[in-house]
Design a protein around this ligand. Structure first.
Ligand SMILES: *[C@@H]1O[C@H](CO)[C@@H](O)[C@H](O)[C@H]1NC(C)=O
Ligand SMILES: *[C@@H]1O[C@H](CO)[C@@H](O)[C@H](O)[C@H]1NC(C)=O
Ligand SMILES: *[C@@H]1O[C@H](CO)[C@@H](O)[C@H](O)[C@H]1NC(C)=O
Ligand SMILES: *[C@@H]1O[C@H](CO)[C@@H](O)[C@H](O)[C@H]1NC(C)=O
Ligand SMILES: *[C@@H]1O[C@H](CO)[C@@H](O)[C@H](O)[C@H]1NC(C)=O
Ligand SMILES: *[C@@H]1O[C@H](CO)[C@@H](O)[C@H](O)[C@H]1NC(C)=O
Ligand SMILES: *[C@@H]1O[C@H](CO)[C@@H](O)[C@H](O)[C@H]1NC(C)=O
Length: 512
């Protein structure tokens, strides 16, 4: 689509009050994202009992229409963006390990996946999301298409003519399996998938392929008013194409999946895309809350600050559909609270995977794709409320100081089982103190410096207790039961909606 057409569409959007789509990184940086997997989020019939056997890997019946009816549940946690799993038509049928319910087996980029609903359903979902002032993020597959090979050799058994629009072998790399996922040139040139479901690997260095993908993404974002993208398997796409694709996607926010623990690798990808999921921090979080290691996390924070172009535009997560649920590794609810506290309050755009708020415990793909409806969307669940408190203070801190989210976190306290972090300028900072002890821990005090002036009063937003710095500026903080503490200046609490303070915000509902 030409820029002129986009401009005209933009004008129409304003005049009819239809949402303007494609938000840039700056606009996304204050957002907080709830990641859904459409097939497992909500059914059209609103059922909370319909069975879903994750092991079978079959469609369980979640739809866009069902999601529209559960947006209160998402908004109730304070999220202002929703990610949906890939929307395009996938290969139809059943492999030994299941069907394309997840959306990562594309067959036709120009049709929608009929299991999730119709064009009108997706349009309605987009409108319903935007009517709440929320952004819509779409998970996107551009690395590959898919084909059932059922054990046959992918180099000889694929009928490319059924794939759309990449309907000839010339659009793809010649078949080779990825024998070493740590070898990036191999990972980019060879095929993901296997010989049961082959994933023909698009030749993303080819200019024709690039143009076709660019045209497609402009159309689909325009058609459904998409504000930003997750880019699946970005690690496997030709790196030179990534900035080209982001630009084609109206230069909107794109976070590209590079599954790698290496800080250098993750940070270098930020030269190609404005954002990648923060895997180094994810692994450091596991070190902290499954092994009690309190050095990796603060160390990684210090290193990333100097290695990455901008940590505040990475996406921060502690669960997703590819990794073990935290509760499968460590069942303690207070450790889960600490984990979520860091995930939402650290630099970057938090992305919380559906079900984390219900403390689900699926240990790996596919068991970590539980049907959320079976939890009955319990809004009284402890982690549901915890997330809502965290999103509220993050928003509030950014309202009190519009530069808050662009400031970087740094460690301010290192104990044998505590980690303290500061984010925000003096007098406006949030101090987060995490514990790795778990709920069996007793009560004790720690004394820390945190950058507040002497005699300054801060409130812990979870217990609503006040703490005062002494005349040396030290804070004596009560820890108990392995609970996290989040401290904010009490004189700035008004407007937060927390601890009995009134709620006021300029950006709620249609006033974004
Ligand atoms: C990082 O990105 C944010 C959001 O776009 C921006 O406000 C900030 O200035 C950037 N920081 C640096 C150091 O470039
Ligand atoms: C789910 O399906 C698997 C494989 O078909 C089966 O072994 C298992 O018993 C099923 N689980 C439930 C809870 O029905
Ligand atoms: C990556 O794989 C290619 C092709 O097999 C090989 O030539 C190259 O040496 C490998 N690179 C590394 C760093 O192992
Ligand atoms: C976008 O909508 C137009 C008009 O309905 C349709 O022709 C086109 O195929 C759609 N493109 C995509 C990628 O959905
Ligand atoms: C914590 O993990 C780091 C590796 O990230 C390791 O070097 C260190 O020894 C660990 N510390 C403890 C106390 O286990
Ligand atoms: C905390 O301090 C504020 C401001 O001084 C005060 O209004 C509030 O009552 C205090 N809360 C508690 C629980 O002491
Ligand atoms: C708190 O904020 C509300 C809404 O902005 C305002 O009406 C009220 O006066 C404020 N209260 C205090 C004590 O500042």
């Amino acid at each position: 689509m030409s820029l002129l057409l986009r401009y005209i569409l933009g004008l129409c959007a304003i005049s009819t009050l239809t949402p303007v789509f494609a938000a840039d990184t700056g606009a996304w940086s204050s957002r907080s994202v709830y990641q859904t997997m459409t097939d497992r989020f909500a059914r059209t019939d609103g059922s909370t009992t319909h069975p879903c056997n994750t092991t079978d890997g079959l469609y369980c019946g979640g739809t866009w229409r069902g999601m529209i009816n559960q947006l209160d549940y998402i908004e109730g946690m304070g999220f202002d963006a929703v990610m949906i799993s890939p929307v395009v038509k996938n290969i139809e049928g059943r492999a030994s390990y299941g069907e394309a319910y997840h959306g990562y087996w594309p067959q036709d980029l120009y049709s929608l996946n009929p299991h999730f609903g119709t064009e009108q359903d997706l349009l309605d979902l987009s409108k319903a999301v935007h009517d709440r002032g929320m952004y819509l993020m779409m998970d996107t597959v551009i690395n590959n298409m898919a084909y059932f090979t059922n054990g046959q050799d992918p180099s000889t058994s694929i009928d490319y003519s059924v794939l759309h629009p990449f309907n000839e072998a010339k659009y793809y790399h010649a078949y080779c399996p990825i024998t070493d996922y740590n070898n990036y040139s191999l990972a980019q040139r060879c095929w993901t998938g296997d010989n049961i479901v082959a994933l023909p690997d698009l030749k993303t260095e080819d200019l024709t392929v690039q143009t076709m993908l660019n045209d497609w993404v402009q159309e689909i974002m325009t058609n459904y008013s998409i504000d930003g993208l997750r880019l699946d398997a970005a690690k496997h796409v030709t790196p030179d194409f990534l900035p080209v694709f982001q630009k084609a996607a109206f230069n909107s926010f794109v976070t590209g999946e590079v599954f790698d623990q290496s800080i250098d690798t993750i940070c270098s990808y930020q030269n190609d895309l404005t954002s990648v999921p923060n895997y180094p921090i994810y692994f450091a979080l596991l070190d902290a809350f499954t092994k009690g290691n309190t050095t990796t996390l603060p160390d990684n924070i210090e290193i990333m600050k100097h290695s990455c172009p901008n940590v505040t535009t990475l996406t921060t997560f502690s669960e997703n559909h590819d990794v073990a649920r935290f509760a499968s590794l460590e069942s303690d609810i207070n450790l889960a609270k600490n984990l979520l506290t860091f995930t939402i309050l650290f630099d970057g755009i938090p992305m919380i995977y559906q079900g984390q708020e219900q403390h689900l415990s699926g240990p790996y793909d596919p068991k970590n794709r539980e049907a959320l409806w079976l939890t009955t969307y319990d809004t009284t669940a402890p982690l549901y409320k915890h997330i809502s408190t965290l999103n509220a203070i993050r928003k509030h801190a950014n309202q009190v100081d519009p530069n808050y989210l662009a400031t970087q976190t740094y460690p301010v306290y290192r104990g044998s089982s505590e980690m303290g972090f500061r984010k925000g300028r003096e007098g406006h900072q949030i101090i987060t103190v995490l514990s790795t002890q778990g709920s069996k821990s007793g009560a004790y005090d720690i004394t820390m410096m945190n950058g507040y002036q002497p005699g300054f009063v801060v409130m812990d937003i979870f217990t609503c207790r006040n703490y005062s710095t002494n005349d040396m500026g030290e804070l004596r903080l009560g820890m108990d039961g392995g609970e996290p503490r989040v401290l904010f200046p009490v004189n700035l609490m008004n407007g937060s909606g927390l601890c009995g303070f009134v709620f006021s915000r300029e950006d709620v509902r249609g006033n974004v």
